[in-house]
Ligand binder design. Structure first.
Ligand code: UD1
Length: 422
């Protein structure tokens, strides 16, 4: 298994460019199942999760390939009939695979999609996806670890449905399903994340009729058929945010090109509260980390609140603050696995349920650490960059699910970071 080796303490200076958003690319690419024909999606990051989505589409009978000469673009050809199945071997490596369920039911009237199973950051059920798809008329049963879905009459029917809980992929799954349903669907308590808005923009270009995205109520008027996709994915606000935190670490000055300020207001506000100087520059954001950060309290929440996917990275900055900060995780249970590893680097953090109290220390010291999930691994890289000595991050496959060549993006900034290929 690959390792990332970091010799900390080198100041980071310069510009880093953000890739397309993984969490937008995944549902957008899955939307190719909604229409027969040749689809093109640009600004798609080359990540393990995207390759998994490609394999899911290939399993269904689509072709999925990078466009020659334009490597950030992906071409998908959806045939007249597909195999409406998402097997366990693929779904178990990526929970977001479940976003194929809505399109399969909507377009093909049937689906057999494996349940995602356990996940390192809590139970993460998909009950809301299933409840909403059932409200649209799908008959769903659970058998041998699979969701079996059938649509009597072959076409979903518009409905009114209120999510019990805001869910990002749930909103996306059901919005995709409703685009081809008969009549109007009104979804309440929808997620408002930029990735939901981006997916809706892609669907509208396919001919879908959708209103209200970016608010809690989304209205969809079903159409008989959609055109193939032609879409540019938004920049990745979590990758951008990770580089912003890197820039806010003491002594650094990083410009994140491609960062969209409107997607990152909560993070920028917190970074400023720590004393970092964040300015909008043409095409991105620049952050200068001056002295030791000031402590701030952070509470994760659905968009536009502070993203749970930035919690671990922010914790690294606060671990170096001049005082104590309180971080409250409200979106997921068990999302503090990085704490034990950060403690190995000398951080002083106490966790009680959903709350972590981070008592800042003047410096961290390098050590071998183990990544437990995607964002936790990003936090360990950030910690390694600011620690004294060498940090070795193992289980890098978690990192590769969501960051495109993070080491080659950080090296030009002056980071002493390299990958040791197993
Ligand atoms: C998406 C993101 C993930 C991010 C998360 C929250 C993708 C591919 N992944 O994950 O990076 O951390 O949003 O911003 O976009 N829940 C239920 N029942 C459901 C669905 C969700 O109880 O049917 C709960 C979850 O357990 C969690 C909360 O709702 O506590 C939010 O989860 P959700 O928004 O669905 O996360 P994902 O869409 O899986």
């Amino acid at each position: 298994m690959d390792k990332i080796l970091i010799e900390g303490g080198a100041p980071l200076r310069g510009t880093v460019h953000v890739s397309g958003a993984k969490n937008a690319a995944l549902p957008v690419v899955a939307a190719a199942l909604l229409a027969e024909g040749d689809h093109v999606v640009r600004n798609v990051p080359d990540l393990a999760d995207v390759r998994t989505m490609g394999r899911l589409l290939a399993h269904a009978g689509c072709t999925f390939e990078r466009v020659a000469g334009s490597p950030s673009a992906v071409a998908v050809r959806t045939p007249r009939t597909v195999n409406p199945e998402a097997p366990y071997d693929l779904v178990r490596t990526m929970r977001a695979s479940v976003v194929v369920l809505g399109p399969l039911l909507a377009r093909w009237g049937q689906a057999r999609v494996s349940l995602p199973g356990g996940c390192a950051i809590g139970a993460r059920p998909i009950d809301q996806h299933l409840k909403a798809l059932a409200a649209l008329g799908a008959e769903l049963t659970l058998e041998h670890g699979y969701v079996l879905g059938r649509v009597p009459g072959g076409r979903l029917r518009g409905t009114t449905f209120t999510f019990d809980k805001e869910t990002v992929t749930g909103t996306e799954n059901v919005m995709m399903a409703a685009t081809l349903a008969e009549g109007r669907t009104v979804l309440e308590n929808c997620a408002r994340e930029p990735e939901v808005v981006d997916l809706a923009a892609a669907l509208v270009r396919m001919g879908a009729r959708i209103e209200g995205v970016g608010t809690h109520q989304i209205r969809i008027d079903g159409v008989d058929a959609l055109r193939p996709l032609d879409h540019d994915v938004i920049p990745d606000r979590i990758e951008a945010g990770t580089f912003l935190v890197a820039g806010a670490l003491p002594g650094n000055d990083v410009t994140v090109s491609g960062a969209l300020p409107a997607h990152m207001e909560s993070l920028v506000e917190k970074l400023r509260a720590t004393g970092a100087t964040v300015t909008e520059v043409p095409g991105g954001l620049r952050v200068v980390g001056d002295g030791r950060p000031r402590p701030v309290d952070v509470r994760t929440a659905p968009f536009p609140g502070f993203a749970t996917d930035m919690q671990a990275q922010m914790m690294v900055l606060l671990a170096l603050a001049d005082g104590s900060s309180v971080i409250t995780e409200t979106v997921f249970e068990n999302r503090f696995m990085h704490v034990l590893e950060l403690q190995r680097l000398g951080a002083e953090i106490a966790v009680d349920g959903k709350v972590a109290v981070v008592k800042g220390v003047p410096c961290l010291s390098g050590a071998p650490v183990m990544a437990s999930d995607l964002r936790a691994s990003a936090a360990l890289v950030l910690a390694g960059l600011s620690a004294q000595g060498v940090t070795e991050v193992r289980r890098v496959y978690h990192l590769d699910r969501g960051y495109e060549r993070i080491e080659s993006k950080l090296q030009p900034l002056g980071a002493r970071i390299r990958r040791e290929v197993a």
